[in-house]
Design a protein. Structure first.
Length: 213
């Protein structure tokens, strides 16, 4: 997957969304199945709260750890955010009875993480990513483009890193605390969007952002 992302950096978010569903989806399905077997009376909202607490906490821990990575802190935070957000969305899908390993969850990931504004554009980008052929020339330009597209949903935090660096010089531990709080808040917002999308409503049968799967 790393090689394919570097060959086609313009499709980095789409390729990683497909990979996340394939690699993390089955684990999310097993998690929901185990909990339902252990607690047959547990509601979908109850499972969703468990998943939210688990991965919001992970986001905070990951952000704090990333802030200690020195020069590579933004890259470390990006990797932590991508892993946590993917797991959070797929576990919430499973909590509400959606198949977290279904390819349409990649559409959900791209929309809920605000890489794409709607399912149609996400679906079109995924189709293009699947059929992309000739790689882009040049290793460093490819890597830079991939990093730029992956970080696009987090650009609002870019200025925050400068502030964190300045604060860290004046107040030891400020960068760690701010990164933890910022990533926790971002995961909380993502969880709210995912729950709103997956929770059944009276006027909406069990349809996901991607499909009914």
């Amino acid at each position: 997957m790393t090689a394919r992302v570097l060959d086609h950096p313009g499709f980095a978010p789409e390729l990683l969304a497909l990979s996340a569903v394939e690699s993390l989806g089955p684990g999310a399905a097993d998690w929901a199945e185990r909990l339902r077997a252990r607690y047959p009376d547990a509601s979908a909202d109850g499972l969703a709260r468990l998943a939210t607490r688990r991965f919001v906490r992970s986001a905070g821990v990951g952000g704090a750890a990333a802030a200690l990575a020195g020069f590579f802190a933004p890259l470390a935070e990006l990797a932590s955010v991508l892993w946590t957000h993917s797991n959070l969305v797929l576990h919430l899908a499973a909590a509400y009875g959606r198949d977290p390993a279904h390819p349409d969850r990649a559409v959900d990931l791209l929309v809920l993480t605000q890489v794409h504004p709607d399912p149609e554009s996400a679906r079109a980008a995924l189709a293009a990513a699947r059929t992309a052929d000739d790689p882009v020339e040049g290793v460093w330009p490819r890597a830079a483009e991939a990093a730029w597209r992956l970080a696009a949903p987090l650009t609002a935090q870019a200025g925050g890193w400068v502030a964190l660096r300045l604060a860290a010089r004046l107040l030891p531990g400020a960068a760690v605390l701010a990164a933890a709080l910022g990533d926790t808040a971002a995961a909380d917002r993502l969880a709210a969007r995912a729950v709103a999308a997956y929770r059944p409503r009276q006027s909406q049968s069990n349809h996901s952002l991607g499909s009914s799967a």
